[in-house]
Design a protein around this ligand. Structure first.
Ligand code: UD1
Length: 382
C-alpha cells in the first residue's frame, strides 16, 4: 500500500543516449515537489562512453545517478539478461512505489519485466509508438513494455490508437506530449553558445546533417556501402556533417569503408557530439538525413526538412504534421530525394499537439493524482 504520509518513492531508469534527454525534464519536475516525491535515478550503463553518456548528464543538468549498474554492451539476450539481474538486485535493495522507464531501448524492456514481476508499478514514457516492423529490436521492446506497464504516457495521439488496438485499457493511457521536446525547448537558449560550426569550418555555409546507427542501415555491408555512395554524390552539392555513433564506426571499420569516407572532400566525420552541439547543428542545417527516432522529432520542431532512411517510422506525426519524409535506404533514391529537397522551398509544417515544453509537468501531476488516491496495492493487481 502506498503510504500517504510518506513521499512517493519513484525510481527512474535510463540506459542509452536518448533516454537521458527524455528523463531530464521529469527529474527537474520532481524537484518541485520535495515533500511529495522522492526520486532516484538509476543508469543501467547500456551506454557508457563519456560522449554517449557523461556529457549528456552535465548539459541536461541531470543529477548524478544514485545507482549505476555498469552492464555495458553485449548481444541482445546477453545485455537484456545482465540488466535484469542487476536491476532485480537494485530493486530489492530499494523497493520503490513506482518505476519510470522511457523510450524503447533494451534497458526499458529489461527493467519493466523485472519490476512487474516484483509487483512494482511501472510508468512508460513515450508509450504506444509502433513502426509495425518487428525486425527492429526497439519495436519488440515497445510492444512488451506497453503490454506490462501500468501508466502509458503517449507523445502523440496515434500512439493512443495503437495501444487501444492492442487491447490496453483506456484508463491506463494518458496523452501528455513529448518530454524530448521539453528538453529541446529548455536547451534552446544555450545553443547560440555552441562553437561546433566554427570547429567544423562550416559557419555561414549551407550544410546537411547526417545521423545513422540502426542495425538495418549499418550492419549490412551492401546497405551501408550504398548509403556511403549516396553521401559521396550529395557532398558534391552540399557540405555534410556526420557524427559517427560507436556502432556505425565499428561497422564502417569492419566493412572497410571508413578510410574511403574520410577521403570525401566535403564530408566532415566527427565523434558523437554533445546534446547542445547536435541540436545546434540540426537547427541550422539545410536538411537532415537520419534513421534516429528523436532526430525526426527535433527536426519537426525546428522546421528543418528531414529525410528518414528507413522503410517505416514509429513517429508518423512527424510526417503528417512535421517536416519528415520516410524514404528508405536505396542509394539512388537518397540522392534523388536530397537533391530535389535542396532545390525546392521549405515545406511549411506544424508542431504536434502538446510538444510545448510542459509534458513532464503533466506526467507528474497525473502520477501525484493517481498514486495518492488510495489506489489498490500492486499485489492486488490481476
Ligand atoms: C541503442 C538502442 C537504440 C537507440 C540507440 C541510441 C537498443 C536495442 N538500442 O542502440 O534504440 O536508438 O541506443 O544511441 O537498446 N558502444 C560504445 N560506447 C557506448 C555505447 C555503445 O562503444 O557508450 C558500442 C557497443 O559496444 C556496441 C554498439 O556501440 O557495439 C552499439 O551499442 P548498443 O547498446 O548495442 O545499441 P545502439 O546501437 O547504441
Amino acid at each position: 500500500m502506498i503510504r500517504l504520509d510518506k513521499p512517493l518513492n519513484i525510481l527512474n531508469v535510463v540506459g542509452a543516449r536518448p533516454n537521458f534527454v527524455k528523463i531530464a525534464p521529469l527529474m527537474r519536475e520532481y524537484r518541485k515537489h520535495p515533500d511529495r516525491i522522492s526520486a532516484t535515478l538509476l543508469h543501467t550503463g547500456q551506454h557508457y562512453d563519456d560522449e554517449m553518456s557523461g556529457i549528456f548528464f552535465s548539459q541536461l543538468q541531470i543529477p548524478e545517478q544514485s545507482i549505476y549498474l555498469g552492464v555495458g554492451s553485449g548481444s541482445h539476450a546477453n545485455q537484456t539478461a545482465r540488466i535484469m539481474m542487476a536491476f532485480e538486485e537494485a530493486l530489492l535493495n530499494n523497493l520503490p512505489d513506482l518505476v519510470v522507464v522511457v523510450g524503447d531501448v533494451n534497458s526499458t524492456l529489461a527493467c519493466t519485466l523485472v519490476a512487474v514481476k516484483l509487483n512494482i508499478r511501472v510508468a512508460h514514457v513515450e508509450a504506444g509508438l509502433r513502426s509495425f516492423d518487428r525486425t527492429m529490436p526497439e519495436e519488440i521492446n515497445r510492444i512488451v513494455t506497453d503490454s506490462l506497464a501500468d501508466f502509458l504516457f503517449t507523445s502523440s495521439i496515434d500512439a493512443n490508437a495503437n495501444l487501444l488496438r492492442e487491447g490496453i485499457p483506456e484508463s491506463k493511457i494518458f496523452f501528455v506530449g513529448n518530454t524530448m521536446i521539453d528538453s529541446l525547448l529548455a536547451a534552446k537558449p544555450a545553443l547560440d553558445a555552441s562553437k561546433i560550426k566554427q570547429r567544423l569550418s562550416i559557419n555561414g555555409q549551407a550544410f546537411g546533417y547526417v545521423t545513422l546507427h540502426r542495425p538495418s542501415n549499418v550492419d549490412d555491408r551492401k546497405t551501408l556501402s550504398g548509403i556511403c555512395d549516396a553521401l559521396y554524390e550529395i557532398q558534391k552539392h552540399v557540405a555534410l556533417v556526420w557524427p559517427l555513433h560507436p556502432r556505425t564506426r565499428k561497422m564502417l571499420e569492419t566493412h572497410g569503408l571508413l578510410e574511403l569516407l574520410k577521403s570525401y572532400e566535403n564530408l566532415r566525420l566527427t565523434d558523437p557530439l554533445s546534446y547542445f552541439d547536435s541540436l545546434s547543428l540540426i537547427a541550422s542545417s539545410a536538411l537532415v538525413l537520419t534513421d534516429s527516432g528523436g532526430v525526426q522529432e527535433e527536426t519537426t520542431v525546428f522546421g528543418v526538412p528531414c529525410l528518414t532512411l528507413r522503410k517505416t517510422t514509429e513517429r508518423p506525426i512527424t510526417v503528417l504534421e512535421g517536416t519528415n519524409e520516410v524514404i528508405g535506404s536505396e542509394s539512388y533514391f537518397i540522392v534523388e530525394k536530397t537533391l530535389s529537397l535542396l532545390a525546392r522551398k521549405r515545406k511549411k509544417a506544424g508542431i504536434p499537439k502538446y510538444w510545448d515544453g510542459k509534458t513532464a509537468e503533466r506526467i507528474v501531476n497525473i502520477l501525484l493524482e493517481k498514486l495518492s488516491r488510495n489506489s489498490p496495492p500492486a499485489m492486488a493487481r490481476t
